[in-house]
Design a binder for this molecule. Structure first.
Ligand code: ARG
Length: 419
């Protein structure tokens, strides 16, 4: 009689069959991975950004001319207060995770009071109910009226607007770089090569279609630049202005109607190295072409603060100009320091401004002349504080770039252009 040896139970049970076990494990892991994937997708990637516009009446602030320009402390102060009130309201509400950023686009006069045009950005689920969202925003804004020391009248209407609308609002005003145009959280300026739209006010002034000097758009028909660019060629007919980061394939080319150089420009001392150029026709502002802000005459330019210089000038002393726009980060240097014997020993006049790095290395150079030195204010608006003028060679230690100090010529600019 054959003895029936019981087989090990493990091998008998269908359940413990190694292939089945493997199959179960693989399926479980697969399902888990899918769940995690879907969660990540819905929590992070299924989001869309939404823009809204609203106008607030500020009841306890009287409108003054100073509120008309973003360069004044009054404008900056009031806009900042409004922006932080709105930001705080959302941060303390149930919309804190959806709210991204707000920006006061414009302050205008209404009766004797002020109206602030504001854009706001939110991020939420693609499938979220937009009507509901609007109501939630509205109710947060409603509560603004009794907070802070600004008396804001309960906002009448909020309007849902497109990215394009937001872009249009911001490009009509001065000094908005791409991060502000999209109301994005972070700002990055990396590398030395500029990307499309990075410095939308940068102009190339070209002599017989060849880049000769930089310039900066200060209104839809005026370009600010250096007087020395026109020493040998002062006829507007010889010149064109191009826009966009490439000088060889520009986004736009316009003729020049008039060149107004400072009549007291001195080639010897390089004093008053400033000019304004009138375009043949006004440009239509867009994301990639619009104006920079002009500072108030009283704005102080703080030594040590960061500034950027941009242009198509040569990368080394004696080199050729380049076709792709370059950017360089420098710091403002006080005129006293700049005028030290090891530096420019007294050649830096009150209408001039020095900027560079202690080691040299980053500087403007030949072909950058006339281009802008810009700084960002606390609200992320960009102001032209200098015009590339001169320097001893390029990028040498103790020999920083010298710029025309725009604040010193603020009134001259107004006299010439009305801006
Ligand atoms: N004069 C030069 C030009 O015509 C600009 C020189 C600027 N030099 C300097 N080291 N930052 O392009």
């Amino acid at each position: 009689i054959p003895v029936l040896r019981p087989r090990p139970v493990l091998w008998q049970s269908r359940f413990y069959n190694p292939f089945v076990v493997a199959l179960v494990v693989i399926t479980t892991v697969g399902i888990l991975a899918m769940i995690v994937g879907l969660l990540i997708h819905f929590l992070a990637f299924d989001k869309k950004t939404y823009f809204y516009h609203s106008s607030f009446q500020i009841l306890n602030v009287e409108y003054t001319e100073a509120l008309n320009s973003p360069a004044t402390q009054e404008h900056r102060g009031l806009s900042e207060r409004i922006e932080s009130m709105i930001t705080n309201a959302f941060r303390e509400s149930n919309l804190r995770s959806e709210f991204i950023r707000t920006h006061v686009v414009k302050l205008r006069k209404e009766g004797s009071g002020v109206i602030a045009d504001v854009v706001m950005k939110f991020r939420s689920r693609k499938r979220s109910n937009r009507g509901l969202m609007k109501n939630r925003i509205q109710s947060v804004l409603q509560r603004l009226s009794n907070s802070g020391n600004l008396e804001i009248s309960p906002s009448n209407e909020i309007t849902s607007i497109t990215n394009q609308d937001t872009e249009n609002f911001l490009t009509q005003e001065c000094g908005a770089r791409p991060d502000l145009i999209t109301l994005s959280e972070e700002r990055v300026i990396g590398g030395i090569q500029a990307e499309t739209g990075d410095w939308p006010w940068q102009v190339s002034l070209q002599l017989d279609y060849v880049h000769h000097c930089g310039g900066v758009l200060i209104s839809n028909s005026w370009v600010l630049t250096a007087a020395h660019c026109f020493r040998s060629y002062s006829q507007p007919q010889q010149w064109t202005a191009t826009f966009g980061v490439s000088t060889i394939r520009p986004m736009l080319r316009l003729k020049i109607r008039a060149i107004l150089a400072h009549t007291n420009y001195s080639p010897i001392t390089r004093d008053n190295d400033i000019a304004v150029v009138q375009l043949d026709r006004p440009v239509t502002f867009s994301r990639n072409i619009h104006r920079v802000c002009l500072p108030a005459a009283t704005q102080s330019i703080i030594p040590g603060s960061v500034a950027y210089v941009t242009g198509w000038g040569s990368l080394t002393y004696g080199g050729n100009t380049v076709a792709a726009l370059q950017q360089g980060q420098v710091r403002i240097i006080s005129s006293d320091e700049c005028n030290e014997p090891a530096g420019y020993s007294g050649s830096v006049l009150p209408g001039m401004l020095c900027a560079g790095l202690p080691s040299g290395a980053v500087d403007a150079c030949q072909g950058d002349s006339g281009g802008p030195l810009v700084q960002e204010d606390s609200r992320r608006l960009w102001f032209v504080v200098g015009i590339v003028s001169w320097g001893y060679q390029c990028g040498l230690p103790n020999k920083p770039g010298v710029y025309t100090r725009v604040t010193a010529y603020r009134d001259w600019i107004r006299q010439q252009t009305g801006i």
